[in-house]
Design a protein around this ligand. Structure first.
Ligand SMILES: Cc1cc2nc3c(=O)[nH]c(=O)nc-3n(C[C@H](O)[C@H](O)[C@H](O)COP(=O)(O)OP(=O)(O)OC[C@H]3O[C@@H](n4cnc5c(N)ncnc54)[C@H](O)[C@@H]3O)c2cc1C
Length: 543
């Protein structure tokens, strides 16, 4: 122990990190013999089990979060991204905030609780078009997107294909979070559609994709089958033994070649180890989680501790603890106890928790639960689910708010406010699969596209229908003429070979063109060349 007051630095403000800090604050009591610091990306704690309810708005957006400063008054909070950890120098570096300077945080004990990440690498189009469902931003983003899709569909009378895409909602992953998300989403769109004069609820399609033979593999087969039947009865289309392979902005591609046309794809799989954890020179399991000793110090270290979804913690029977909040909070109590024992002296505890059971909400006053060896389903399980999670939420104020929202939700119709944030569709990457249109002749010129990989073909209407008049590859751009000339597209662009593009909205392009004269001139030159070639070949250009 160093001469100064030792400092415990916790990385991650989820279930593992926050409950470790809570326990450490409790252990501090009236003493002041160590410092606690916590680094988290957000200044709030997210109660993830209730996140799916944000989709339907059955609880308020801010009711699933707790401000960390209120929860942890004696902890020094750093709302920043963890950049790196130097285990030899016992130092954490966080990324810059308002000023680009590195910030170092020295520690005596380090607690790693960074959770896992949704990682779509290796699945073409998913990073660009699939929505993860892990944090508050994901839940809010999905709710807004779904409301927007319903609004668009309600007035889309010209394009039946687009209308179908807008009214099809696909969720991939039949574990707890996927099932809870699809149940809430299904309830929400079906209740909301009744409030649009231009929508027929029969047009809605909600699909759950799952790679195994039954959903909820963590649960008893009987309960999982109950959940399947219930979801189907409520209109969810179950696609079992079906794997999502790729995606574009218009469709979900399944292994085997089938395509589901949709504008809304949520994927709750795969969750991978956190990249920062992967980068640390510490022992890891096959799935890149930190290997811990029974008292939760990382194997081979006595100053680094790990818990929650980023750690492989063995249960008393030798199997790894599942990545759940109930396990993370129990591990937090063990880590805090043992860190205090290391600082003040005392016996260490080992992690010995078998789990109390599992519960999953199926929306609309139904759930499945397996607790203390009993299997429950339907209303009773739902009541238990709500009561248990309500009591587990930190803070009485929050519990009261959630209970009030739930009560009102029993009587009131869903709220259909879709928030729009400035610049929410700024510069973005998009992926297209062969045959998909990026835009069609006659569309409004709203974006410029730069090809990163793949091939696009430019089509123009001629006497014999649409003809390919040019092919564009990586390093080339398209869509500039409609932006420069403020007109509509005079040609269509279609993906010829799996296409990745960077797309720039009209407003951003206008600012760049106004402030970088050379850029504007080069696009004007390109446009002029294409126009000339287009005249000769009837349309090399795609405005
Ligand atoms: C939709 C959903 C529903 C769930 N439902 C249940 C349920 O009903 N019951 C149950 O027991 N479990 C449930 N879980 C699982 C449970 O939430 C997790 O097991 C639990 O959150 C794990 O805790 P953790 O502390 O390891 O990670 P997390 O809670 O994910 O916390 C990790 C924290 O680290 C922060 N972080 C990550 N990287 C950085 C960085 N570089 N810099 C700064 N901060 C960073 C994140 O912002 C986050 O706050 C659910 C999960 C989800 C996604």
């Amino acid at each position: 122990m160093s001469a100064h007051r030792p400092r415990v630095v916790i990385l991650g403000g989820g279930f593992g990190g926050v409950y470790t800090a809570l326990e450490l604050e409790r252990a501090l009591g009236r003493r002041d013999d160590f410092e606690i610091a916590l680094v988290n990306r957000e200044n709030y704690f997210v109660f993830q089990p209730m996140l799916p309810e944000v989709i339907s708005g059955s609880i308020g957006l801010t009711d699933v979060v707790n401000p960390l400063r209120e929860l942890l008054p004696r902890t020094e909070l750093h709302v920043r991204d963890v950049e790196s950890v130097d285990l030899d120098a016992r130092r954490v570096t966080t990324s810059p905030g308002f000023r680009p300077h590195a910030h170092h945080l020295a520690y005596d004990h380090l607690v790693l609780a960074l959770g896992n990440v949704t990682d779509f690498r290796g699945l073409p189009g998913l990073p660009e078009h699939a929505r993860p469902f892990k944090n508050l931003g994901d839940a809010l983003g999905l709710r807004n997107h779904v409301i927007r899709a319903l609004e668009e569909a309600a007035v889309e009378q010209d394009d039946p294909e687009l209308r179908r895409e807008l009214l099809t909602f696909v969720v991939a992953g039949g574990g707890f979070s996927g099932v809870e998300v699809v149940a809430e989403l299904n309830d929400f769109v079906r209740a909301a559609a009744r409030r649009y004069r231009g929508l027929d609820p029969a047009e809605l399609r909600v699909v759950l994709l799952h790679s195994q033979a039954r959903i909820l593999p963590e649960m008893d087969e009987r309960l999982a089958l109950f959940a399947q039947r219930l979801l189907q009865r409520r209109g969810v289309e179950l696609r079992l033994q079906t794997r999502l392979q790729a995606a574009s902005g218009h469709e979900a591609l399944l292994a085997g070649g089938e395509r589901i046309a949709t504008r809304t794809l949520v994927s709750t799989v795969p969750a991978l180890a956190h990249p920062l954890i992967e980068s640390l020179p510490l022992p890891k399991s096959k799935n890149n989680k930190l290997v811990t000793q029974p008292h939760l110090a990382v194997a081979g270290r006595d100053d680094v501790w790990a818990l929650g979804d980023c750690a492989q913690v063995l249960m008393p029977d030798g199997t790894p603890a599942p990545p759940t909040a109930q396990h993370a909070t129990r591990q937090a109590a063990v880590v805090a106890h043992n860190v205090v024992a290391a600082l003040r002296g005392g016996r260490r505890r080992i992690f010995d928790f078998k789990g109390l059971g599992t519960m999953g909400s199926l929306g609309h006053r139904s759930a499945v639960a397996q607790v203390f060896g009993f299997a429950l389903s339907g209303f009773l399980a739902w009541w238990l689910w709500r009561t248990v999670y309500l009591l587990k939420m930190p803070g009485w104020g929050r519990r009261l708010k959630v209970a009030t929202s739930w009560t009102l939700d029993l009587f009131l119709p869903p709220e259909l406010v879709g928030l729009r944030f400035a610049g929410s569709r700024g510069i973005s990457r998009e992926h297209y699969e062969p045959g998909e249109h990026v835009f069609r002749a006659g569309d409004l010129g709203d974006r410029l596209y730069i090809i990163l990989a793949g091939e696009a073909e430019v089509l123009r209407a001629g006497a014999q229908g649409e003809q390919v008049v040019a092919r564009l590859v990586a390093g080339q751009s398209f869509g500039e003429m409609a932006l420069l000339n403020q007109t509509t597209r005079n040609a269509s662009v279609r993906c010829a070979r799996s296409l990745d593009v960077l797309s720039l909205p009209k407003q951003e392009f206008a600012v760049l063109a106004a402030h970088l004269p050379e850029l504007r001139q080069s696009f004007e030159r390109l446009a002029a060349e294409r126009e000339a070639a287009g005249g000769a070949r009837e349309g090399h250009d795609a405005h």
